[in-house]
Design a protein around this ligand. Structure first.
Ligand code: 5GP
Length: 206
């Protein structure tokens, strides 16, 4: 990889936690960023747009991309493949952008492995499981069995919160957005190990 000036912000948390609403609220106030668009094999939901919300592909295409080593990370979530393509992320990092990922706990672990030095991670959740259930039911984009699967998954994911630097409880959207904006602004200041080593080497200039 060329010199990296950018940084990474990982956002995880159950579907229904309000991640997209929070991102929409802060996106204009956190400087130049690239919001990574994942590739998935899950069916498109009503209102979603291919190439905007996700790149929607079939299983064979996804597996071809795995073979071609195209993913920074990928995982099976709720029985479908989800993955982050490496190329646009590399480009955005080289351009000094803050790269924002909405990925699950497995994805966070993989990103920490590969880009841990420049990564800030945030786990976003409603205050309680019953509040999450209420939000998913109100959203009415998913069938009851899908909601049930998401709740079971959320119960598992919450056990891994300690793998994140920040736990953001999305109780009040405005307050949570303020906090996320502060975290995102600070995330940019992370320096890669290479950059730190280069700085240290040139610092003793006499
Ligand atoms: P949804 O189907 O509700 O859009 O997303 C389901 C879950 O998949 C969410 O937890 C989301 O963060 C996660 N997810 C979305 N894209 C990716 C990805 O590229 N990689 C990984 N590991 N998880 C993802």
């Amino acid at each position: 990889m060329k010199k990296i000036d950018g940084a990474v912000l990982v956002l995880s948390g159950p579907s229904g936690a309000g991640k997209s609403s929070l991102v929409h609220k802060i996106i204009d106030d956190i400087g130049e960023c690239y919001f990574s668009i994942s590739t998935t094999t899950r069916p498109m939901r009503e209102g979603e747009v291919d190439g905007v919300d996700y790149h929607f592909v079939d299983k064979a295409e996804f597996e071809r991309e795995i073979e071609d080593d195209q993913f920074l990370e990928y995982a099976v979530v709720h029985g479908n493949y989800y993955g982050t393509s490496l190329r646009p992320v590399k480009k955005a990092l080289e351009e000094g952008k803050l790269v924002v990922f909405d990925i699950d706990v497995q994805g966070n672990a993989a990103v920490q492995n590969r880009l841990g030095d420049i990564t800030t991670s945030v786990f976003i959740t409603p205050p309680t499981l019953s509040e999450l259930k209420r939000r998913l039911e109100n959203r009415s984009t998913d069938a009851q069995d899908v909601i049930e699967k998401r709740l079971q998954m959320a119960k598992k994911e919450i056990q891994r919160v300690s793998e994140y630097e920040f736990l953001l409880i999305n109780d009040d959207l405005e307050a949570a957005a303020d906090k996320l904006q502060t975290i995102a602004t600070t995330a940019r200041f992370k320096k890669s190990n290479d950059e730190i080593n280069a700085f240290v080497n040139q610092w003793e200039d006499m």
